[in-house]
Structures are given as structure tokens and as C-alpha cells.
Design a protein around this ligand. Structure first.
Ligand code: FMN
Length: 192
């Protein structure tokens, strides 16, 4: 069984990016699961808070989900052509303390995104590259998923309406899962 973790970078109840991950759960290849995590409960990073109280519970919980998965998909909105602050903030927390940024180091990450615009988060996705590089993540670049006009892309059941979007997402998930299955370096890492 290949365990994917999808992290939605939006706190909104009706987030298009959370909806995208939910739609992905219906498009998985056999033998692959996709758990969805959100960023609710993660405070703003504050070094004083870290020094006084350590890593917040919500951050530890997210870190554990990352460690327990075989591969992570960041479903990232695009804000002002970049990464939304809440999402960057969560990953900054997860990277603390530095010795424990192993939660991300050498772990396979992929990035997808949905936006009402015609460009489907292409700049926001690009902005993740430097962050993932800095943290030593194994960024999977074998597929790309950009959902444009996303506010018109889901039906009442949360399914992607457009067959092309469905096919692209299924192909993306298939490609990422196949990559993970051959990811011997990752497979040999100890799991909690
Ligand atoms: C502060 C802010 C900046 C935004 N900047 C962009 C942008 O640069 N490109 C884009 O495609 N959409 C932009 N949007 C629109 C978001 O794509 C849209 O709100 C989207 O629904 C957010 O994702 P969510 O539905 O998962 O919350 C912006 C929205 C906000 C609130």
C-alpha cells in the first residue's frame, strides 16, 4: 500500500484546493491511499513561543502525518504570485527545530494547485521550488497539475467536472505513486 498525504494550503471551508484533494481520492490507482491534512490550529511562527512552549501540538501532529506517509502532495493556492502565508508558516514550523527538519529532508514532495484564474497557480507552484530545495525535499517533477477556472470545475458532489482535469489528475497520481514505489532511498528510512 502506498500512503499519500495531501496537505491543503487553505483554511477556507470551501477551499478549492481542499476540494481538489478530495476529488483526488476518487482518482487513485489501486493500492494507493490519500489522507488529507489541513493547517487548522497551527499558530503563527514565533521564536519566543517555540523557546517557551516548544513545538505546538498541531505542528507535531502534521509532522507525524508527514513521517507516516510515503509521499506528500502540497495542494497550494497562489497568493500574489507566491505561496500563501499560512502554508509557508506551517512548513516553517514543520522545519523546526532544524535537526528535525528530517520530516521533509529526502522525502518525496509534489505540488498541485487550483485557482479561479486562467493560470491555475503556476507561479505559486514555482515559488515552492526554492523552499523545498532549501529543506532537502525530493521534489517530484514528473507531472504537473494546474486547475484553472477552479471555481467552475467541481460539481455538487465535489467531483471534477471536466474529463480532461480528471484524466490529468489520475495520471499525476499514477505517476507520483509509481515514483514512490521505486523510491528505495525513502523506503529504507525508519518509520515511527
Ligand atoms: C491575498 C490573495 C491573493 C491572491 N492572489 C492570487 C494570485 O496571485 N493568483 C491567483 O491565481 N489567484 C490569487 N488569489 C485568488 C485565489 O486563487 C483564490 O482565492 C482561491 O480560491 C484560493 O484558494 P482556496 O479556494 O483553496 O482557498 C488570491 C487570493 C487572495 C486572498
Amino acid at each position: 500500500m502506498t500512503k499519500l498525504l495531501g496537505i491543503s494550503g487553505s483554511l477556507r471551508q470551501h477551499s478549492l484546493n481542499t476540494a481538489l484533494l478530495k476529488a483526488g481520492q476518487a482518482l487513485l490507482p489501486d493500492g494507493v491511499t490519500l489522507e488529507i491534512a489541513t493547517l487548522h490550529g497551527i499558530p503563527l511562527y514565533d521564536g519566543d513561543l517555540e523557546e517557551k512552549s516548544g513545538i505546538p501540538e498541531a505542528v507535531t501532529a502534521l509532522k507525524q502525518k508527514i513521517l507516516a506517509s510515503d509521499g506528500i502532495i502540497l495542494a497550494s493556492p497562489e497568493y500574489n504570485a507566491g505561496i500563501p502565508g499560512v502554508f509557508k508558516n506551517a512548513i516553517d514550523w514543520v522545519s523546526r527545530p532544524p535537526a528535525e527538519s528530517a520530516a521533509i529532508f529526502q522525502r518525496p514532495f509534489a505540488v498541485i494547485g487550483a485557482s479561479p484564474s486562467g493560470f491555475g497557480t503556476i507561479l505559486g507552484q514555482h515559488a515552492w521550488l526554492g523552499v523545498l530545495r532549501q529543506l532537502g525535499a525530493d521534489y517530484w517533477s514528473g507531472g504537473r497539475l494546474l486547475i484553472s477556472r477552479a471555481h467552475e470545475s467541481f460539481d455538487d458532489q465535489g467531483k471534477l467536472i471536466n474529463q480532461r482535469n480528471q484524466d490529468e489528475f489520475a495520471k499525476f497520481l499514477q505517476g507520483f505513486a509509481k515514483f514512490l514505489q521505486g523510491f528505495a532511498k525513502f523506503a529504507s528510512r525508519p518509520k515511527p
